[in-house]
Design a protein around this ligand. Structure first.
Ligand code: ZN
Length: 207
């Protein structure tokens, strides 16, 4: 993250010689492990969507800094592999056009580091741009996610993954599609969660 050579040999870096994070960068990330629910599905967010994470995701996803794919989960891989052992990963999709422009799918790359089986059965349908359509219906089309080969999820324990949880609408849609495939169990894991909108509104009212 900082482009400096790792010189501060912490116990972690001493054991994990392949580590790509120096102690300073690791400390700046401040993982929170926030548990919450979308419907009856348990969701875990590793970080708060603070400025550090926001910048890091932007560099990775928006500036195509592919090498950052490992830093999000690096220190928690063992823990996450234990709690999600036996799960198959289903990433929330981006549009094909965006993935092609970027050269990789950012969500898939982050969660590949977990080394769990991954099934990319959710697809985002191509954005339809028609000036005749109202803003409302355009927004609806932009968000359209579909499921393909859903029989692959039948009886499986599924972990739906995404980068940022904002309103929860996308994750909710992805979870409903996964549930329609009769999985054994569904959980979700996201990199970062934005501050609760209700809480933010309350704060604004006070100030
Ligand atoms: Zn660093």
């Amino acid at each position: 993250m900082c482009f400096e050579e790792i010189e501060d040999i912490s116990m972690y870096n001493f054991i994990h010689t392949e580590s790509e994070l120096c102690e300073k960068c690791f400390q700046s990330l401040r993982a929170r492990f926030i548990n919450f629910y979308v419907g009856d599905v348990k969701v875990l967010a590793v970080y708060n969507y603070d400025d550090t994470i926001k910048n890091l995701i932007y560099k990775f996803k928006g500036c195509y800094d592919y090498e950052l794919k490992n830093v999000f989960l690096e220190r928690y891989l063992l823990y996450l592999r234990i709690i999600y052992a036996g799960y198959v990963i289903v990433p929330v999709p981006s549009s094909k056009v965006d993935d092609e422009k970027r050269g990789f799918n950012h969500v898939e790359e982050i969660f590949k580091t977990l080394k769990l089986p991954m099934l990319c059965v959710l697809k985002k349908e191509v954005k339809e741009k028609q000036s005749s359509k109202s803003q409302k219906s355009r927004t609806k089309i932009d968000k359209q996610i579909i499921i393909e080969n859903k029989e692959k999820l039948n009886g499986k324990k599924v972990l739906v993954v995404d980068d940022v949880y904002t309103t929860g609408a996308t994750l909710y849609k992805a979870i409903s599609l996964v549930k329609s495939a009769s999985p054994k169990k569904v959980h979700a894991l996201v990199i970062a969660k934005t501050i609760d909108l209700d809480k933010r509104n309350k704060k604004n009212n006070i100030s």
